[in-house]
Design a protein around this ligand. Sequence first.
Ligand code: ADP
Ligand code: AMP
Length: 209
Amino acid sequence: MNLILLGAPGAGKGTLAAYLIEKMGVPSVSTGNILREAIKNNTPLGREAKQFMDAGQLVPDQVVIGMLKDRIAQDDCKNGFILDGFPRTIPQAEALDKIASIDCALSLEVPDEVIEGRMTGRRVCLKCGATYHVKANPPKTPDVCDHCGDRLHVRKDDHMGVVRHRLATFHEQTEPLKDYYGAQGKLKSIDGTQGIQQTEQFATAALGL
Ligand code: ADP
Ligand code: AMP
């Protein structure tokens, strides 16, 4: 299955993707993680993306579309993939339709007032990409990744001023994708405000897994 996870920044896409990887046996592709890795390695892509990401703006379509095409052309995506954070604009969705057949777009519905607490409590491992939350999903040792032992970080774009800007961008540019996939009969929506396990159950039922 080729699945898209839609939802506001901080809605829980990456957290749900980590669960669905096991359940579906396909990889997840997070454009945000690819870009953060590029920044960490100071590549030309990373240098181009950094200014946009730090300001909570979208990286230009042509940059992320090229990056996504290269990633899903890799062997591990042959039997399906989970997209987390792509597409984020209508031009990205149109470009995706030209290179892959999407089975479902699953939207995690979480209101803005819940998102703020999710993002300010988020801690990430820049080494392995694992995501935690200080209350909802704390690491065993504070600020240390359970998986690889690296130190956890607060993302620069998870500070409140930037979060508000990212939410506005989401409503303006990404939310219209619900109508885009709805018109194709591919949209499914679940309540993303409940706990992590409950969200996993809602997703499992919606996807018929
Ligand atoms: P996204 O990938 O959509 O930006 P994340 O998966 O990184 O969002 O989740 C954002 C934050 O909220 C993380 O700190 C994560 O641990 C936490 N989180 C994710 N899903 C839930 C949930 N259902 N209930 C409570 N907290 C959650
Ligand atoms: P995420 O990890 O999905 O929250 O993404 C973090 C940041 O990376 C976003 O705020 C954007 O600056 C950038 N980004 C990730 N995916 C995309 C995309 N599909 N289109 C444009 N920018 C993106």
